[in-house]
Write a protein that binds this ligand. Structure first.
Ligand code: TEU
Ligand code: CA
Length: 584
């Protein structure tokens, strides 16, 4: 039986470029991370997912890999990496690498060979096709890229096109060619032999494309996706990786799965030997956009969010395992999206932390989220570094004009998550002694680790407290989920139950006070924690303050340890024991 340490674990994600710079070149690096190991350990986290540390020309900052088996010299050396792993393991913190195997960089040796000629031994490591139309000057099919525009790039040298579901500098690997999977197994073995504990698998459900690469149904975004989303051979490919490599190391895997639904997630993650331990779905991060397209910004809807969370909590319960996240390197900061970044900012940040850590699944905290960092919302496109942001700005400018495009990009850009971690109120927020590769959010003077470290009521210390409570009470992690007020548009109240233990979580998602009725048997519960001083000690009828978020727990004397109803023997045994005790 696979070790399931990840179920009780709390993960942290580091985007190395923006975490901490040790040598003043304005770029975060591994020695910088090493200098923060005590801080990381102080969060009481159990594992760290590192966004790519490998060699990359940075077209997509590491998600375009040019050498899978070497550390990007901007981040340090392999010795630095080995030292970091040793230090983290010594603190019982596991190391999870980012596995980007749907595509490589166009500067990867394999692609440089592949493009040389049609009969090069590496030609079929990638997906090359003749163009259509006069002289083959039109793309081989109508598929469009995640970064907008055609998903094909014409290459003069051999007069063919190659597929790239992301940027043109990220050619898709060809999994019709069995040699590609063998190369990937070799990469996995390399890092597992070095002691890493698992992988976050980048866009893992896109690997298998349909034979013939047929045209897709014309869509507003991602035309052609029906021919590669959860494609024909994906389960076969993942099974091979599991059987030939991952299972031999008991390695943890979380699959980033764009546009996945509950039924498909169960296909990948349920049963005795799942293809993946868990997945990242995107649905709950679309409560402030149309059609799941982040640039089509709309007003946040709590009801949409609650509906999605309930679907995933119930859908995977006792069948598979959820991940829980609000932020990562692709998502703008949650404070300023699902709660205000200007009013009651700290209460909102603590409320979002409470929800993240009181749901069923494995929580992932993204660097800076634990101090309530907010989106920088830069207003000058020249300040942006993210290929997705720059390309979507240029597309949207044609539709909404400069102002309209900038309004949308500044709200949803991935660069909002990638501004450096704000360590203190000194120069560049203590991130670098040089010029940061991406400007800090100017509010680092008010929001930073140093200022919150010793402030008992800070967001940082609230996250620490929530992580500790989650470790102490299994009901947080393993309990059932029941929404107590699904129709309320400003109130999120839910109950979790497990082995006779119960918690109630009450959140006012409004900037205005909200009256709330008493919970049934309110006296049976007592306040465990709240983001306000003097919250009601029991969940009686009361008025919740703006973004007030409280966790109540069943009082000790009220806990009934569930005796399995259908196990007469156990009941009998318990009764016997009780009788024996009574007679003794
Ligand atoms: O992201 C895949 C992905 O779907 C997101 O980039 C998506 O396009 C959007 O940003 C989320 O709403 C993964 C990596 O996380 C991302 O950083 C890479 O750019 C991408 O794959 C290509 O490797
Ligand atoms: Ca550096």
């Amino acid at each position: 039986m696979k070790n399931q340490w990840y179920k009780k674990a709390c993960f942290y994600q580091i985007y190395p470029r923006s975490f901490c710079d040790s040598n003043g070149d304005g770029i975060g690096d591994i020695p910088g991370i090493i200098s923060k190991v005590d801080y990381l350990a102080s969060l009481n986290i159990d594992a760290i997912w590192f966004s790519p540390l490998y060699c990359s020309p940075n077209a997509d900052y590491g998600y375009d890999i040019s050498d899978y088996k070497n550390i990007n010299p901007e981040y340090g050396t392999m010795q630095d990496f080995d030292r970091m792993v040793k230090l983290l393991h010594a603190r019982n913190i596991k190391v999870i690498m980012d596995l980007v195997i749907n595509h490589t960089s166009d500067k990867h040796r394999w692609f440089e060979e592949s493009r040389k000629s049609k009969d090069n031994p590496y030609r079929n490591y990638y997906i090359w096709r003749d163009g259509r139309g006069k002289n083959g000057k039109k793309p081989p099919n109508n598929w469009t890229s995640f970064f907008l525009g055609t998903a094909w790039q014409y290459d003069e040298l051999t007069g063919q096109w190659y597929l790239h579901l992301f940027d043109k500098n990220q050619p898709d690997l060809n999994y019709f060619n069995p040699r590609v999977l063998e190369e990937v197994k070799d990469v996995l073995n390399f890092w597992l032999k070095k002691g890493v504990d698992g992988f976050r698998c980048d866009v893992i459900t896109l690997l298998s494309k349909r034979e013939g690469l047929p045209d897709g149904k014309k869509r507003i975004a991602l035309t052609g996706r029906e021919h590669y989303l959860n494609g024909p051979k994906i389960e076969f490919l993942l099974r091979q990786l599991q059987e030939d490599v991952l299972s031999k190391y008991d390695a943890f895997t979380v699959g980033e799965s764009v546009m996945i639904d509950v039924d498909t997630a169960l296909k990948y993650t349920s049963g005795e030997n799942p293809l993946l331990d868990t997945v990242f779905e995107f649905e709950h991060m679309n409560a402030d956009n149309y059609f799941g397209i982040k640039q089509f910004v709309r007003k946040f809807s709590l009801k949409r969010l609650k509906k999605t969370i309930a679907k995933w909590q119930d859908g995977l319960y006792n069948k598979a395992w959820n991940t829980l996240y609000w932020e990562n390197h692709d998502q703008a900061r949650i404070v300023g999206r699902y709660c205000s970044a200007t009013e009651y900012r700290e209460e909102g940040a603590k409320m979002m932390g409470t929800i993240l850590l009181t749901l069923s699944g494995t929580p992932f905290i993204y660097q800076g989220q634990e101090i309530g960092q907010t989106s920088a919302k830069m207003q000058d496109i020249e300040m942006y570094r993210d290929v997705e942001s720059i390309r979507s700005y240029n597309t949207m400018r044609k539709i909404f004009g400069k102002k309209g495009a900038m309004k949308r990009i500044s709200y949803c850009s991935r660069d909002n998550a990638r501004t450096p971690v704000q360590w203190d109120s000194g120069a560049n927020g203590g991130f670098t002694a040089g010029t940061p590769w991406l400007a800090l959010n100017p509010n680092y003077t008010q929001i930073n680790v140093a200022q919150q470290e010793n402030e008992q009521s800070s967001v940082l210390n609230y996250y620490r407290k929530l992580i500790q409570l989650r470790k102490e009470h299994d009901v947080f992690t393993f309990g059932t989920y029941h929404d107590l007020a699904p129709l309320k548009s400003k109130l999120w109240m839910y109950k979790r139950s497990y082995n006779g233990d119960e918690i109630l979580v009450v959140n006012n998602f409004s900037l205005k006070p909200q009256k709330v009725r008493a919970v049934k048997d309110a006296e049976r519960y007592t306040l465990l924690t709240s983001n306000y001083p003097n919250s009601a000690q029991t969940p009686v009828a009361r008025t919740l303050r703006p973004y007030e978020s409280a966790v109540y727990i069943l009082k000790e004397q009220e806990k009934q340890i569930d005796i399995p109803k259908d196990d007469a023997l156990t009941t009998a045994t318990v009764t016997e024991t009780e009788q024996t005790e009574q007679t003794v």
